[in-house]
Design a protein around this ligand. Structure first.
Ligand SMILES: C[S@@+](CC[C@H](N)C(=O)[O-])C[C@H]1O[C@@H](n2cnc3c(N)ncnc32)[C@H](O)[C@@H]1O
Length: 304
């Protein structure tokens, strides 16, 4: 069995190290794509995981398109080499819309395969991939006037990947909320938000209906002083191990239904802490397209 992992752009070293730790045997590196023997392993730094890859010998551009179409309709191309020839193949395949998403919206559900030219006469193709987006890249119709910064895009992406988001009547805790991109997203969805940050919110965000702000450290906040919350969000700049202790405290309180937190790395990537997040029951840890040197941790206590 062959599984291939497409590294998030700029994070091939992190993916290589993660696969090494998971014991996956990399047979070949094809630029950002690491082709491995064996079944899939958890890979947070992969933008997309290609399952059950097959090699297809193809004599011509037409034969390549025909071979892919015979497997399924929708294909995303990753072509670090033989780019022009690969484009000719992709042009002969049914068009797959890459139209930017208007948030909130569910991710596309149509199966999307991935393929790459290994040589002019040889393709690697995977019918099933982990991401519903071509090469894991998600584009949104941006709001250039509402939010105070671009951090909102990373939360939009996390919620689209989860396929769920807070709504009216739900209570959210936004830790490390300033200047308020995430709080803006949540308030716009009609949820009630308690924003916690020593720094104040942007006044336009602070004035939105349902938004409350506490000017204190998120680490000193006692769950009992907040009460039950449907969603706990954190975008605090802190070491991963400290965030993990914070998450553990809130999990132990039993007061939180869903977590969405950014695990931020300063300097070297702390692979051990990332793995400790990933093994929590019900957890997903993933490098989103809008993440920098950070991962997004998502956990629903309802699915654990
Ligand atoms: C990347 S910014 C958050 C951006 C925010 N999510 C947004 O959408 O605008 C990180 C925030 O973490 C806050 N922070 C750092 N240490 C904190 C702490 N102990 N408690 C609460 N917030 C903290 C910083 O003040 C900063 O505003």
């Amino acid at each position: 069995m062959t599984t291939a992992y497409l590294a998030a752009d700029g994070f091939i070293d992190q993916l290589q190290e993660e696969l090494r730790r998971a014991g996956a045997a990399v047979r070949r590196r094809h630029e950002r794509l690491l082709i491995c023997d064996g079944p899939p392993v958890g890979a947070a730094w992969a933008a997309n995981i290609w399952h059950d890859c097959v090699e297809l010998p193809v004599a011509s551009v037409g034969a390549a398109a025909q071979a892919l179409r015979a497997i399924q309709r929708n294909w995303a191309m990753y072509a670090p080499i033989h780019h022009r020839r690969a484009n000719l193949v992709q042009e002969r395949l049914p068009h797959v819309s890459a139209r930017p998403i208007v948030f909130p919206a569910a991710a596309p559900t149509a199966p999307l395969g991935s393929w790459t030219p290994l040589a002019p006469d040889l393709l690697l193709a995977a019918q099933h991939c982990s991401s519903p987006f071509a090469n894991g890249e998600v584009a949104f119709v941006e709001d250039k006037t509402g939010p105070p910064n671009r951090a909102y895009l990373k939360l939009w992406e996390a919620l689209v990947r989860l396929g769920r988001w807070p709504g009216p009547g739900e209570r959210c805790l936004d830790l490390g909320a300033s200047p308020g991109g995430w709080t803006w997203v949540l308030a716009r969805l009609g949820a009630e938000v308690l924003a916690v940050d020593k720094a104040p919110l942007d006044p336009t965000v602070a004035a939105l209906a349902g938004v409350d702000w506490r000017g204190e450290s998120a680490f000193a906040l006692e769950p009992a002083s907040v009460g039950p919350v449907d969603w706990l969000f954190s975008d605090i700049v802190c070491y991963p191990a400290r965030l993990l202790r914070l998450v553990e405290k809130w999990r132990a309180s039993g007061l939180v239904k869903n977590f969405v937190c950014t695990i931020k790395f300063q300097g070297a990537t702390d692979h051990e802490s990332a793995a400790a997040f990933a093994v929590l029951p019900g957890a997903q840890v993933q490098h989103l397209h809008h993440n920098k040197h950070e991962l997004t941790f998502m956990l629903s206590t309802l699915s654990s």
